[in-house]
Design a protein around this ligand. Structure first.
Ligand code: LLP
Length: 463
């Protein structure tokens, strides 16, 4: 295959040669709690339930395809992250993974902060009631309008991504009579992959300002001179879907080293560092993500140790998990349509959605799991490929999975762990109508993002 490897690492790249598949699970009816949101069960009739509601009922009421978001699980994960990091650190949920006003409200209530990376995300954050001082504004090419809005509403920090932006933000803030708190995003030369990382001197990518060649030190020098901005810290984000903490260790060490250099040169100890997001989740039973407590302990220990060695006061630490909070809390429910057994190969199972509601398989070769959820089946496992209804052969939702051989049109199947980067990256390809997001909690289901309609499509098309 010519597709290039996903930055998320080898589990997302072409490491499984054709013809090499894991064995089917001993019992296809088991819903592995590792990949399903916490309130998902299979009831005595064999129907899967979430928050106590049968998926068959959900399909009737809300249609398919649809995303079902387990609110109790989402809130529990928010609490787990903020408890794990404790009162001397801040957790910023990365809104790019999935953002809606309901989610913003849950975050606000659970005491989390929010990372936004566009004017649209900022608007949603504000509309959802997130206090501006708890918002961090990111992006490698923020427009003047976006900066102006962020400064005017008083976001807690803007993360500066380039030399031009240092001046641009300072200028805009000064014009507005503000002194905007900022962090500088540095690229530390760590390429993190799922189960491995590479530490290099340079990074060949568009984000941040390189530590290499004194670039970051020069950015700090310039930022400290400008009145419109107040430099409060250094930011580093090393990748996504990472299980190995060693990359964070190198990153933290390099960021602390920069703090020490800043102190030596300017006599200033910057009070904050942000180590970004990127913590991995289980998409299949083979993935083994770490718990927030272990992640927090290892990050806090590294920073404390490095600061002691550099004789710096430990700065306030922040992190920006997106996927690790919302990813596991949702599944996508589909109805099975046509089924095509290809002799000696696999069975193609077509569903009523596809790459328009989950582009990650086509884009990154990502792995997903799938299960028959509208009934139990003790039929033999059948090697399947779950595909969508788009006019494209790369329209694959689950590349290789086992479904029961008696699968039939009209059955409901569900793909777990679709909370992150599925609805947020959904498209209208082939004029598909983007599915709704339905929040479920304690036996109740409520649409938080409604299904698109043909009127929505035609409203944009002004003829
Ligand atoms: N902070 C910054 C500065 C980021 O750039 C990102 C993700 C995050 C936090 C959150 O990362 P997370 O914890 O969710 O991994 N569309 C890709 C992922 C792109 C992530 C971009 N930045 C995917 O579907 O895998």
């Amino acid at each position: 295959m010519s597709r290039s490897a996903h930055p998320a690492g080898p589990r997302h790249a072409d490491v499984f040669p054709d013809g090499h598949y894991s064995a089917p699970a001993a019992d296809l009816n088991v819903l592995d709690e590792k990949v399903w949101s916490r309130t998902v069960r299979r009831n005595d009739d064999g129907v899967a339930t979430v928050a106590g509601i049968e998926v068959t009922r959900l399909a009737e009421e809300f249609g398919t395809p649809a995303y079902f978001l387990d609110e109790a699980d989402f809130r529990a994960r928010c609490r787990a992250w903020s408890d794990a990091f404790g009162p001397n650190a801040d957790v910023f949920y990365a809104g790019k993974a999935f953002l809606s006003r309901a989610v913003v409200r849950w975050l606000t209530e659970e005491g989390l902060n929010l990372d936004v990376c566009s004017g649209g995300e900022l608007a949603t954050a504000l509309a959802g009631g997130m206090p501006p001082e708890r918002i961090a504004f990111h992006g490698n090419n923020k427009s003047a309008e976006e900066i102006e809005r962020a400064v005017s509403v008083g976001v807690g920090r803007i993360v500066l991504d380039s030399f031009q932006e240092i001046v641009r933000v300072a200028h805009i803030a000064q014009r507005l009579g503000r002194r905007q708190p900022v962090q500088i995003r540095v690229t530390v030369g760590v390429e993190a992959h799922t189960h491995e990382f590479i530490a290099t001197a340079h990074e060949d990518q568009k984000f941040g300002i390189a530590l290499a060649d004194g670039q970051a030190a020069e950015a700090v020098r310039r930022a400290l001179k400008l009145d419109g901005i107040e430099l409060i810290g250094i930011h580093s984000h090393i990748g996504s879907q990472i299980f190995d903490m060693a990359g964070f260790e190198v990153s933290a060490r390099r960021v602390v080293q920069l703090l020490a250099e800043i102190r030596d040169e300017h006599g200033v100890e910057l009070p904050e560092i942000d180590l970004g997001g990127g913590l991995g989740i289980a998409y299949t039973s083979e993935d083994d993500p770490k718990e927030p407590y272990d992640i927090a302990k290892s990050l806090l220990d590294i920073v404390t140790r490095e600061c002691e060695a550099a004789r710096l006061a430990t700065p306030r630490i922040s992190v920006e998990p997106g996927r690790a909070i919302v990813g596991p809390t949702a599944f996508t429910l589909y109805e099975v349509g046509t089924i095509k057994p290809l002799e000696g190969l696999r069975t193609y199972v077509s569903v009523d959605g596809g790459m328009s509601d989950n582009i990650r398989t086509a884009l990154y070769n990502a792995d997903y799991s799938v299960a028959l959820v509208s009934r139990r089946s003790d039929a033999e496992p059948m090697l399947s490929r779950v595909v969508g209804k788009h006019c494209e052969s790369g329209d694959i939702v689950v590349r290789d999975a086992y479904l029961p051989a008696d699968l039939a049109p009209g059955d409901l199947i569900a793909v777990p762990a679709t909370g992150a980067y599925c609805r947020s990256m959904a498209s209208n390809y082939n004029h598909a109508l983007r599915p709704p997001v339905v929040a479920v909690k304690d036996g109740e289901a409520r649409v938080v993002v409604r299904r698109e309609t043909e009127e929505d499509l035609l409203r944009l098309d002004i003829g």
